[in-house]
Write a protein of this length. Structure first.
Length: 691
């Protein structure tokens, strides 16, 4: 029978008929003569009563289990081998599909008259006070032992403490029947965004998704600006178990890092200048200077590639501060091919005193300017040479003011050991650190971890991350046009390219927009993680562009957030629902007319009404415990999920140098991110407690 209002906030009265039916069935079986029934009829009646008792017992047990879930958070710890991996589905965690009934239950749970069902017992609070009072060395030995028992997570402990994850446990406890939540992999091409404040489990969710992507055979590229040691180790372990090549690039540990040239691979030379100039501010008056920088770098890049060099940051910086040397080298190369006798002709052109004074005043190299005069006298033209002549024709100090914003950027990228991994020397056989580029990573099906060390140097991390995204966008364009393996004798296995960008608001730039917009057709599937959407808007500096980015992130997983605006990104996409309300009404009336048969009447009734309400309120997302989330997947279907933690007792061997890097990363990360609440959370993870 369907009741108009489901009410699980009540005593489990079904136990009474369950006990009555079971007892009656036993009596019929043992003493059917007392009821004057034939044996066959007694057996049949007892069977029916048993069935009725079981049904009622299950109903009562459902009510009790529902009420018990409102005040506890069950553990969810799994071994990495237990993570489901499918060729067609992506596993997210345990949970249930959220619908009107759960919103109805949440409204009832917050009704003051149902407070006893969502509050911890007095015994629970007493146990916590005892633990606080006897958590010191001077406490009695028995009390210390006793409080250790009350802290244990065991079925026999009626006062099991909640894990230190905060939030409101009733949100997930509204549905006692959980199951594995998965999404169709077809949706991954539409990209995914995961929102959540600091230390609520975003990176742990990333581990679950990355593990599946690696096992599925995807090319996996992980961007980690802040540096999470567990995430790096997870990437290495899964790559090793899958027999895949692993690259670790880390700006904070250049001695053991792989090497990568962010501007060394391109399909068009203009990409070099775009990747460098793209790091500079382009708003207001800065836009004009940014264009000067773009042209300046483009001339350098074209000259270097024509001379047979692979551009890198150190080379661009060296040429930028001494463009005369590059111009002289290029003029010599070009004229040797175009006019073999040019040196003899050059000697015939003599510079007068006025010209020499102008060259000296301009700060330009005399030899280079001598060739410029030769080119003008003989009307010799070449696109690259013309660009160099145009630069040299400007006063050195004046031109350096126009491109002055370029030098600080290149200085950051070419200082210290960072230059060794961003500007690799390909012919240095003594350097055993591997060099990778995105196309080779894709062709070899490798796994790449990118540690940008933004805690140490925020600006360098952002510049390198942006350049990497721009490089990936270029690769996506090539794959889209020519498919993977273009130009190889044998086509490699076609793989999806799964990009995971943690704290992506620190990496995002204009280069990221086409990667989301058009890279899906090239097999790219991007998953981004950030704290609030306001961070993205602040970084990109344009609300319209931020909306364009969000419009290309079709799957949304939202963990606990701290502001209403971010929460409304989810709640505004949900439909309104009807909440059912029960209203109790009573009335009484009397009459003083002696002719009335009835002098007093009373009436009691229950009225049912409905009202339109939001399926979720932003406040519900602010109160989520750590490790829990709402997921809007597969065309706007809302699911409530809780994430697994990996078993901390599960170990895998890792190389010594990687272990040292992980130890250093943990020290830096903990120093920046761990506060009082987070220490509890990390302790919970270390001891194996779950969400």
């Amino acid at each position: 029978m369907e009741y108009p209002i489901e009410n699980l906030f009540r005593p489990a009265v079904e136990y009474v008929p369950a006990i009555a039916s079971s007892s009656s069935a036993i009596l019929l079986l043992l003493s059917n003569q007392w009821f004057f029934l034939p044996d066959d009829l007694a057996m049949a009646s007892a069977g029916l009563l048993f069935v009725h008792g079981i049904v009622r017992f299950r109903q009562a047990n459902y009510v009790k289990r529902f009420q018990r879930n409102l005040t506890r958070l069950p553990h969810y710890i799994i071994k990495t081998s237990e993570i489901p991996t499918s060729k067609s589905r992506l596993f997210l965690g345990l949970g249930f599909k959220w619908d009107q009934s759960h919103t109805q239950r949440l409204a009832l749970a917050r009704d003051p008259k149902n407070k006893k069902y969502i509050s911890q017992s007095a015994l629970y609070h007493r146990a916590r006070l005892l633990e606080l009072d006897h958590d010191h060395e001077n406490s009695h030995a028995f009390m210390q032992w006793f409080t250790r028992q009350t802290r244990k997570h065991a079925w026999w402990n009626p006062v099991t403490p909640l894990p230190p994850v905060g939030g409101d446990p009733i949100i997930h406890g509204l549905e006692p029947n959980e199951y594995k939540i998965t999404m169709d992999l077809v949706e991954r091409a539409g990209h995914m965004v995961i929102l959540g404040t600091t230390r609520v489990g975003k990176t742990r969710l990333a581990e679950v998704l990355i593990t599946q992507d690696i096992r599925r055979g995807d090319v996996v590229i992980v961007f980690d600006p802040k540096g999470d040691a567990d995430l790096m180790i997870r990437c290495y372990i899964e790559a090793t178990l899958a027999g895949r090549e692993f690259f670790m690039f880390h700006l904070g540990h250049p001695d053991v890092s792989a090497r990568y040239n962010p501007i060394g691979n391109f399909s068009r030379t203009t990409e070099v200048s775009t990747r460098i100039a793209g790091q500079l501010p382009g708003e207001g008056q800065s836009a004009a200077f940014k264009e000067f920088v773009w042209r300046f770098v483009n001339v350098i890049a074209r000259a270097r590639t024509t001379l047979g060099y692979r551009p890198d940051y150190s080379m661009i910086y060296e040429d930028a501060v001494n463009i005369d040397k590059l111009a002289l080298e290029y003029f010599t190369f070009w004229l040797n091919k175009k006019r073999p006798d040019w040196k003899n002709e050059l000697e015939e052109i003599q510079l007068d005193k006025t010209q020499l004074q102008q060259i000296t005043k301009s700060g330009r190299a005399l030899e280079a300017m001598h060739i410029v005069e030769y080119l003008k006298a003989n009307n010799l033209h070449d696109p690259i040479a013309d660009g160099l002549v145009s630069i040299l024709s400007n006063d050195r100090s004046y031109f350096e003011k126009l491109v002055s914003s370029l030098y600080p950027l290149l200085e950051k990228l070419t200082t210290g050991k960072t230059a060794q991994i961003l500007s690799p020397q390909y012919d240095d056989l003594q350097d055993s650190r591997p060099i990778f580029d995105w196309m080779s990573v894709i062709e070899r099906g490798a796994v790449v971890y990118i540690g940008l060390d933004s805690l140490s140097d925020y600006e360098v991390a952002g510049a390198v991350g942006n350049a990497m995204f721009a490089d990936l966008t270029s690769i996506a364009g090539q794959i889209y046009k020519f498919e993977q393996g273009y130009g190889l004798s044998s086509a490699p296995l076609k793989r999806k390219i799964s990009i995971h960008a943690d704290e992506f608001n620190e990496l995002i730039g204009d280069e990221f927009i086409p990667l989301l917009n058009k890279a899906g057709g090239a097999g790219f599937q991007v998953t981004v993680y950030t704290q609030t959407w306001a961070d993205v808007e602040a970084r990109i500096g344009d609300k319209a562009k931020a909306s364009q980015i969000s419009g290309n992130l079709n799957t949304l997983i939202m963990m606990r957030v701290k502001n209403k605006e971010t929460a409304e990104i989810l709640t505004n996409q949900l439909p309104a629902i009807n909440l059912i309300r029960a209203i109790q009404a009573s009335s009484a009336a009397d009459s003083s007319d002696d002719r009335d048969v009835l002098s007093f009447t009373s009436k009691n009734e229950d009225r049912i009404s409905s009202e339109t309400a939001e399926m979720l309120h932003p406040a519900d997302l602010v109160q989520l415990p750590k490790g829990q989330a709402f997921a809007l997947i597969e065309g706007g279907q809302l699911y409530k999920i809780r994430l697994p933690l990996f078993d901390p007792n599960e170990t895998h061997p890792i190389p010594t140098d990687l272990a040292n890097v992980a130890t250093s990363m943990k020290q830096v990360y903990d120093a920046h991110y761990v506060d009082t609440d987070d220490e509890d959370f990390m302790t919970m993870e270390g001891k194996g407690s779950g969400f």
